[in-house]
Design a protein around this ligand. Structure first.
Ligand code: IPD
Ligand code: CA
Ligand code: CA
Length: 274
């Protein structure tokens, strides 16, 4: 994934598109808040993978708003499906990220929107309504938190060593990771000072950008989960790669997001030798 902005001339990094994405994430967040503690029907769409009525309502809201305003654009959304278009701008939607949390009124959940053009994440918006925060980033335009009517720039932490780091992870998938034993994620977690499993990939990524966490290791390839982190963290001065240190792409099998080197390098070295 190119987040360098080198092809920026052809990419729509406009304020107008950005504001639309942010506003839409906020609207989905408001809907979530209006249904806090009443998620409606909860279904297990796959083992330990939940979808609530509110996931579907947020998704409908997002898709109809995008189709009305940008009818030419492609959409890939977690529940509804779709595709990432090679030729057209694509919206990646995670209508409720942290559904398991939301289903039991744990406040760590959010609505995630990423806009992709030519394989590059150009806009990201993560609205976490119970926290009162909107995290957002625009390629080449920085990363910010809007909270209580104030907009503040996001900046990653300065933690340099894993032994001093707060590391976030997809802990619910640790069982599977232990079985294959190749990725060395256990070793990374064991070497960290603090481990945080928040239950929301969107909040986790935003919190690296904000400096509350120093790194995270994710071992899935659900682009709607990771794309916001890639842009938020890059724009906040950090680094995001796949598990081998190559640039993250929409097809990558995992994501390492950190405050940058030397911490990023230390994690990559542990994964490479495991
Ligand atoms: C999940 C959450 C969770 C992460 C999983 C995701 P969902 O998203 O982000 O933190 O561990 O990998 O699938 O299903 O709540 O949108
Ligand atoms: Ca998700
Ligand atoms: Ca989701």
């Amino acid at each position: 994934m190119n987040t360098s902005g080198s092809t920026g001339n052809t990419l729509d990094t406009s304020e107008e598109l950005h504001e639309f994405a942010c506003d839409l994430a906020l609207r989905a967040g408001e809907l979530q808040l209006s249904r806090y503690e009443s998620p409606g029907e909860i279904r297990e769409k796959a083992p330990k993978d939940l979808v609530t009525e509110v996931d579907l309502l947020c998704e409908q809201l997002m898709i109809s708003a995008i189709e009305e305003r940008y009818p030419e654009d492609a959409i890939l959304s977690e529940e509804h499906g779709g595709e990432i278009s090679e030729k057209r701008r694509t919206w990646l939607l995670d209508p409720v990220d942290g559904t398991a949390n939301f289903s039991r009124a744990n406040p760590l959940f959010c609505a995630c929107i990423s806009v992709i053009e030519a394989g590059t994440v150009i806009h990201a918006a993560v609205a976490a309504p119970r926290l009162g925060d909107l995290y957002h980033a625009r390629l080449g335009g920085g990363a910010f938190r809007d909270s209580g009517g104030t907009r503040s720039p996001l900046r990653v932490s300065g933690t340099e060593r894993l032994e001093d780091a707060f590391v976030g992870a997809d802990i619910s998938f640790m069982g599977a990771m232990r079985e294959d034993g190749r990725r060395g994620t256990d070793e990374v977690f064991a070497a960290a000072w603090q481990l945080r499993a928040l239950g929301s990939a969107g909040v986790r990524g935003a919190w690296i950008a904000a400096g509350y966490l120093d790194a995270s290791v994710g071992t899935r390839n659900t682009a709607w989960d990771y794309a916001p982190t890639v842009l938020l963290v890059s724009e906040a001065g950090g680094k995001a790669t796949d598990l081998s240190g190559k640039p993250w792409t929409l097809d990558s099998d995992g994501l390492i997001a950190t405050n940058g080197d030397p911490l990023h390098q230390e994690i990559l070295e542990i994964l490479a030798r495991s």
